[in-house]
Design a binder for this molecule. Structure first.
Ligand code: ACO
Length: 432
């Protein structure tokens, strides 16, 4: 909807153009710059996409200054308190909270798509036991496209829906297979009588030689963490899924691209990096030394789990997870966790430091999540995989939204070319 106009003028020629300004339901409006190449022979320049909206979306809203996060309009705090991950998956995918019947049908569908083709399990044997699980998960998710290629018509809404249910259901199974492969333990098949996170814990921690009882505290903690990670609008991995998917690529391949983008330490890989950093810092006495390193431009060291492109205030997810750390650690009998103590002190000291204050660098979602994953027995190398499982529903919702948009175009950024101008090929003997 065009609400107003923004006047763009070229002083040199005196030429003026009215650019449409489009308003969303909340948040900043956008200037539609699509015509300026035609009118002015100019591109816009915004490396890192700091101020560029690449699409319309109805899924998630963030107000980074106020620390607000809404899924389909619902505050994440309310969903964290009252909902479940499966219900949030339904909300993110379908846009509304489900009725009881809709939730039962959806839960049943997810529970009955948990198995993966037996031949996919053999893929894991191609990996060394110490391969990073994100490498295995990314490869195996991409390989799903080989199993569901001819049967997947991206323009068929029912096919898209089946894909959505399949990938949300199979991510824990693939993640657990990667974990079991790292340990050299036999793969544990999913149990469809368990809820999403209990089933995940079962596949991770059960062994065939003895009964395994899922710890409800761990399952509940995981469910809450998954709600908080379910979507985050146009972040790097989601934008990657959109870009890959915009070519018409098989959606499993697009999701695999998202897994790969998430892996980096500037994005989802930060949860693993935070624990490594806390272990490296070791004691409270060392905090000043590491803060000095984080502030030193000549050092590559950054305070992992701190800072965010959009949040210039507390990440609301970090606040919830910090509170959850107290409860989960107490209920698991680990209230004296030295890593949690160290993280709290690090946060306290950093938030009094002028460098972090002036740059509005606050703890993000990854700062405390690893402490909970560790407490429930998830190894550090699996932290980003946990994030990927939870974020899959967001990736799928964005892919769906994009593909079902009749105005969808392939994602194709422009550039400012700074390389050599035209020159002629020189024979090899005539090159200086
Ligand atoms: N430690 C030290 N300095 C930092 C940090 C940090 N964690 N984060 C940002 N800064 C500094 C930058 O050096 C820069 O300083 P300058 O103005 O003196 O040059 C300033 O703060 C602005 O930072 P940018 O890098 O421009 O911010 P950007 O929006 O590009 O990056 C990012 C955001 C990648 C999250 C960054 O804050 C970071 O690397 N944080 C640590 C990694 C992390 O926790 N990532 C997880 C993010 S949440 C998620 O993806 C799930």
């Amino acid at each position: 909807m065009t609400e107003s106009k923004f006047e763009l003028g070229d002083r040199a020629t005196g030429k003026k153009t009215d650019l449409p300004v489009r308003a969303g339901t909340i948040g900043p409006s956008v200037i539609d710059v699509a015509s300026i190449y035609k009118d002015y022979d100019l591109f816009t320049y915004d490396p890192g996409f700091g101020v560029t909206a690449a699409c319309d979306s109805k899924i998630t809203y963030i107000d980074g200054d106020a620390g607000v996060l809404l899924y389909r309009g619902y505050p994440v705090e309310q969903l964290a308190e009252k909902s479940t991950f499966t219900e949030v998956c339904y909300l993110v995918l379908y846009g509304e909270l489900p009725s009881r019947r809709q939730l039962d049908e959806f839960t049943n569908s997810i529970q009955h798509h948990t198995m993966i083709n037996e031949t996919l399990l053999r893929f894991f044997n191609g990996f060394h036991h110490n391969a990073h699980p994100m490498a295995m998960v990314s490869a195996v998710v991409a390989s799903l496209s080989a199993f569901y290629h001819d049967s997947m018509d991206i323009h068929n809404p029912r096919h898209r829906e089946i894909f959505a249910h399949r990938i949300v259901a199979k991510m824990p199974t693939i993640a657990a297979a990667a974990h079991k492969h790292s340990l050299g333990q036999p793969f544990i098949y999913p149990r469809n009588d368990l809820d999403y996170c209990s089933n995940l814990l079962h596949m991770f921690f059960a062994v065939p030689c003895e009964p395994y009882q899922v710890d409800p505290v761990a399952a509940q903690a995981l469910d809450l963490l998954f709600i908080l990670h379910a979507d985050h609008e146009q972040n790097a991995s989601t934008s990657t899924v959109r870009l890959a998917g915009s070519t018409g690529a098989n959606p499993y391949a697009a999701i695999s691209a998202g897994v790969s983008a998430l892996w980096g330490p500037a994005h989802g890989g930060a949860n693993e990096a935070v624990l490594a950093m806390l272990e490296q810092i070791g004691t409270v006495d060392n905090i000043p030394k590491y803060l000095a390193m984080a502030k030193d431009r000549s050092s590559h060291f950054r305070l992992m789990g701190f800072g965010h492109r959009v949040y210039k205030n507390f990440d609301p997810r970090a606040k919830i997870i910090r509170e959850m750390c107290y409860k989960v650690l107490a209920r698991l009998g680990r209230s004296d966790s030295p890593l949690f103590e160290l993280a709290l002190r690090l946060e306290e000291i950093a938030l009094k430091d002028e460098y972090f204050v002036s740059r509005k660098l606050y703890p993000n979602v990854d700062f405390y999540s690893g402490i909970i994953y560790s407490a429930i027995g998830i190894p550090r190398s699996m932290f980003t995989v946990m994030f990927a499982i939870a974020r899959t529903v967001g990736w799928v919702a964005h892919w769906q939204e994009m593909i079902s948009d009749p105005h969808m175009r392939i994602g194709r950024p422009r550039q400012l070319y700074t390389g050599p101008t035209r020159r002629d090929y020189a024979e090899i003997g005539k090159r200086s």
